[in-house]
Write a protein that binds this ligand. Structure first.
Ligand SMILES: Nc1ncnc2c1ncn2[C@@H]1O[C@H](COP(=O)(O)OP(=O)(O)O)[C@@H](O)[C@H]1O
Ligand SMILES: [Mg+2]
Length: 1011
């Protein structure tokens, strides 16, 4: 409800208790109109649902809608028949109390539709099982059957129920529907023999004639033309545009088999329906004596066959009555009028009793069979005609209005009681409400001896010439002085003008109604002809059940229809009183069955007759609105700084703080034990408006805050997850480590593999950091147990290869060939050249220049000579000692000095006189060539960054191991043409090669090793 409070200007209030002017009928109707215009057909009066027939299909009965109302609080969603259904269902489940939903309203107001919607709601939303499915089907299928036999087209409703129906739906402990039971009230039997203009007989007759197969009709002796039957022509309306009798026939036939009717039973049922039509066509002729005789023998023939009775007996029964004279049973002939009346009485009785049989049969089919369901809970649905007033109101109308009088009494009593109970429970003083107690009218109708029904019974059953008029006189004599009854004779002149002489007027709770006494006696009188006897003899099994022989033997006077009705109504009241009621009050918006038309006069009339204003008055007795503290605080807490964003103390204190802050005056509200009661709607609306304003200001901030909170929460979640994961991993690691330590001396196994791997890993890492610095350093870190064996093996292997573990210094083992070169180098340079020790750990490489780094032309001119080694070198000019980048290539025959693509100088090994080098750490060396060789331009001064390697290679290639001179101080070399050059070597802080002032080449080299 709260959700729509803000839209109230457009769509009115969802609950009439929120009408400011709750006593104004105009305000009430205006609210209905506003809502009806917006297709909002449902409105509450407290927990009573008022429903206005939309006369069009609204998209509000889908499965989604059912789901929306499932398990939700009454006031959280807009009013709906599903909300009432769900509320009853939940109360039944949680409080284990039987429920009933009372649906009332005048014909065409939507009662039957409402009850179907409720049934569908339960069929769809309740838990199910295979067995339950069958029951659900039967419950749903009972509708088309009952409607075929009990509904008819009237001026007000094309599918008007002509009987009252109370249906129990039984639920098991799981809340699944497991059975049902139907009680029927007051079938309008007069319709069988007569219909007003524009109306029809019960649907089943037309369905049979239109839809029945040829074969079937032939057997029943029927023609496919309703106009042929006297009982179907009175209203002159065999066809109705909104009804398709043929397809309805199929639906009914199918429904009959779902419910469990055998083919024979259907056949017998249809025999009876056809018999009624044949009975209607029986015509009488009058003898001179005035006695009636039958002129239509064919009908008798059919009837005899269909009813399974003797034709002549039936004939006699239709023209004679039974009288008892001096203790003897005699038959006396009937006159024309009496005979027709006997015929019609038989038709009505046959049809009426068959209808009751049908209901019983459906009940057998719906009855739950399982013993364990004994304690089933029940929801009852009462779909009964509402209070109605016509121009002429007959005995049947009297019964209907009496029924409504009783329901109103029940309603007021129960509503008042529940209000009173709630006030008491909440500790709030009950202020008595002024309301019209209609007990006085109920008493007037039903009181023993003095009541209208008793008087009618007496008049009906007394010997002598009782008539409708004598009944009226008796009424005048017995209850003439009653404030709620008057007659033409008793009333004042003004009222007399609007009353007939055969009428009595009752002042109902809903208004005054004049009832015509014409035919009252015959209406209430049971069949007093010989016909029941004939029916008892029938071969038709249904009829023999309907007309019990025991009934004939009963010497007591049969109960009149009025008493029967009174008794059944009393039983109904008992049933309803034992349950917790909910109410649906249906209103018809116009007489034309048109969508969107809101006929105010008609609606005002119904609002009055349904007693809705009275309902509202009782419901609004003290307070317009009440809510649990929690709900109220939750909704409005943002309106008070102390309660926002949350209230920590007691709920009642929170609400009290809140309403004080809102400025509620003491007379505007009361605080109960668990609820706040607000007296006037305007107080609530003011609060609601304040909330709306507050929402706008809160809206933006809240949305930012809520977004930030979401992000924060998300991020915090991630961090927490990570922390948890790390902690988990750490715990696992520690656990594995401890386990591994315990198993460390075992063979490798899942328990210790992690530990062993870790120990190895950390040993190798330590080893890497602490490798011996020189080849002479024999120290070796102590390996862990797991690595002792492999370390020993490895060191032994290395020693064998290299007479020491040199080659395992972080590099792959050297080839024996290169180790050999190392040995040569050692021979030449060990203890002779300062940078030799630095060269020792470094492996000699195959070449320092690969094929791509040497110009192809050079390679081409070398031809088939095999390249053994190449290294970039610096050449110092003989004149001026200018440094030039060159490549030194060692082939199998010569050393070649190359400048890019040019072969600058080729020195055959054979011609290589010697090689000079200093003892210092520099890389300068001289290749000596013979001076007499004209091709040579003199000795070559070169510098290599890998001097030890380069010279070892040269020495090996040229086989000049012994021709390497390691000089101290200086080297003299020839420059060609007999001239000499000198290179001076000195120790210094850094390497420097330059021409000195004295014309020598000066080489300064840092001292690396102290000797
Ligand atoms: N909720 C509804 N939605 C759409 N049409 C409805 C609704 N209630 C009733 N009607 C229409 O009104 C007609 C009469 O309703 P019905 O329930 O038979 O009235 P009642 O049982 O009160 O005499 C229905 O046949 C249907 O066309
Ligand atoms: Mg109905």
């Amino acid at each position: 409800m709260e959700s729509a409070l803000t839209a109230r200007d457009r769509v009115g209030v969802q609950d009439f208790v929120l009408l400011e002017n709750h006593t104004s009928e105009a305000a009430f109707i205006e609210n209905l109109r506003k809502r009806f215009k917006e297709n909002l057909i449902y409105t509450y009066i407290g927990s009573v649902l008022v429903s206005v027939n939309p006369y069009k299909d609204l998209e509000i009965y889908t499965k989604n809608h059912m789901e929306r109302y499932r398990g939700i609080n009454f006031y959280e969603v807009s009013p709906h028949i599903y909300a009432v259904s769900d509320n009853s269902y939940r109360s039944m489940r949680t409080e284990r109390k039987d429920q009933c939903i009372l649906i009332s309203g005048e014909s065409g107001a939507g009662k039957t539709e409402a009850s179907k919607k409720i049934l569908q709601y339960y069929a769809v939303t309740c838990p199910a099982s295979d067995q339950v499915e069958t029951v659900k089907d039967r419950l749903l299928q009972s509708n088309p059957v009952l409607e075929a036999f009990g509904n008819a087209k009237t001026l007000r409703n094309d599918n008007s129920s002509r009987f009252g129906k109370y249906m129990d739906i039984q639920f098991d402990f799981k809340g699944a529907p497991v059975g049902g039971h139907i009680l029927n009230y007051l079938l309008e039997k007069s319709r069988v023999v007569h219909q007003n203009h524009g109306e029809r007989n019960f649907h089943i007759f037309y369905q049979l004639i239109e839809g029945g197969e040829e074969d079937l009709l032939r057997r029943l002796g029927l023609e496919r033309n309703p106009q042929q039957y006297q009982y179907l022509v009175k209203g002159n309306c065999p066809k109705v545009s909104s009804i398709n009798d043929r397809s309805d026939w199929k639906v009914v036939r199918k429904a009959l088999s779902v419910i469990g009717f055998s083919e024979d039973e259907v056949e017998e049922l249809l025999n009876i329906i056809a018999s009624v039509l044949h009975l209607g066509n029986i015509q009488y002729g009058g003898e001179d004596s005035g006695n009636a005789y039958i002129t239509t023998d064919t009908q008798i023939k059919y009837l005899a066959r269909l009813l399974g009775v003797d034709g002549s007996v039936l004939k006699e029964a239709l023209t004679h009555k039974k009288i008892i004279a001096k203790g003897e049973e005699l038959k006396s002939p009937l006159n024309l009028e009496q005979a027709s009346s006997a015929r019609d009485a038989l038709s009505k009785a046959v049809y009426g009793r068959t209808f009751t049989w049908l209901v019983n049969k459906i009940n057998v089919s719906l009855a739950y069979k399982d013993e364990t369901y004994k304690n089933a809970s029940v929801i009852g649905l009462l779909d009964i005609y509402g209070f109605e007033v016509f121009q002429h109101n007959s005995f049947e109308q009297f019964c209907i209005n009496y029924c409504n009088e009783k329901l109103q009494q029940l309603f007021i009593e129960l509503t008042l009681k529940s209000e009173q109970d709630e006030y008491e429970a909440e500790g709030i003083t009950w202020e008595p409400v002024q309301y019209f107690n209609n007990k006085i009218i109920c008493d007037l109708v039903e009181e023993k001896f003095k009541g209208i029904i008793s008087i009618l019974d007496e008049e009906c059953l007394r010997p002598g010439d009782a008539s409708d008029i004598t009944f009226l006189e008796k009424l005048e004599n017995t209850v003439g002085g009653h404030a709620h009854l008057t007659t033409h004779k008793l009333t004042d002149g003004k009222t007399r003008k609007v009353m007939g002489r055969e009428e009595f007027r009752l002042l109902h709770y809903a208004g005054e109604v004049n009832y015509n006494v014409n035919g009252v006696l015959s209406c209430t009188h049971s069949l007093c002809f010989v016909l029941p006897q004939v029916m008892c003899m029938s071969d038709n099994k249904i009829l023999t059940q309907c007309f019990d022989r025991a009934e004939l033997k009963d010497s007591r006077r049969p109960e009149t229809a009025a008493t029967q009705f009174k008794t059944s109504l009393a039983k109904l009241m008992e049933i309803l009183m034992s349950k917790e009621p909910s109410y649906v009050r249906c209103i018809k918006p116009n007489d034309a069955k048109q969508a969107g038309r809101f006929d105010e006069v008609l609606i005002r009339h119904q609002v009055k007759y349904l007693g809705l204003m009275e309902n509202l008055r009782v419901r609004r007795a003290g307070f317009a609105y009440r809510r649990h503290y929690e709900t109220f605080l939750q909704r409005y807490k943002s309106l008070c700084p102390e309660t926002w964003p949350s209230w920590q103390g007691k709920l009642a204190d929170g609400v009290s703080t809140l309403v004080k802050h809102l400025g509620y005056k003491p007379e505007e509200y009361k605080l109960g034990r668990s609820k706040i009661f607000i007296r006037f709607p305007k107080t609530l609306f003011a609060t609601e408006d304040a909330l709306e304003t507050r929402k706008h200001s809160l809206g933006e901030r809240e949305s930012h805050v809520s977004h930030a909170v979401v992000v924060q929460a998300w991020w915090k979640g991630i961090l927490a997850c990570r922390r948890a994961r790390r902690r988990r991993e750490a715990a696992n690691t520690i656990r594995r480590f401890i386990k591994g330590f315990i198993y460390r001396h075992n063979e490798r196994c899942p328990e210790n593999e992690y530990f062993l791997d870790y120990v190895r890993y950390s040993f190798l890492m330590k080893l890497r950091r602490n490798l011996p610095k020189t080849v002479l350093d024999k120290s070796w870190p102590t390996p862990p147990t797991a690595l002792i064996e492999v370390t020993q093996l490895y060191t032994r292997h290395c020693v064998k290869l290299h007479s020491g573990p040199t080659s395992c210094f972080g590099e792959r083992p050297a080839s024996p060939f290169r180790l050999e070169q190392k040995m040569v180098a050692s021979e030449i340079f060990k203890n002779k050249k300062d940078n030799y020790p630095q060269s020792v750990p470094k492996l000699f490489v195959g070449t320092r220049l690969n094929g791509e780094e040497i110009n192809p032309k050079v390679l081409q001119s070398l031809g088939s000579e095999k390249m053994k080694y190449a290294v970039p070198v610096t050449k110092y000019d003989r004149k001026g000692y200018k440094a030039r980048p060159r490549q030194l290539l060692l082939t199998s025959n010569s050393a070649v000095i190359v400048e890019e693509a040019k072969l600058k100088q080729r020195i055959d090994y054979a011609a290589l006189k010697g090689i000079s080098v200093s003892s210092l750490s520099d890389g300068v060396f001289v290749l000596h060539v013979p001076t007499e060789d004209k091709k040579q331009k003199g000795d070559v001064v070169l510098q290599s960054d890998h001097i030890i390697e380069t010279l070892t290679k040269v020495a090996i290639c040229a086989d000049k191991v012994n021709s390497i001179n390691i000089n101290q101080g200086s080297i003299t070399f020839t420059m060609g043409q007999g001239r000499e050059g000198i290179i001076d070597f000195t120790s210094g802080s850094e390497l420097l090669v330059a021409k000195a002032k004295n014309g020598h080449l000066s080489v300064t080299a840092p001292r690396l090793n102290s000797r």
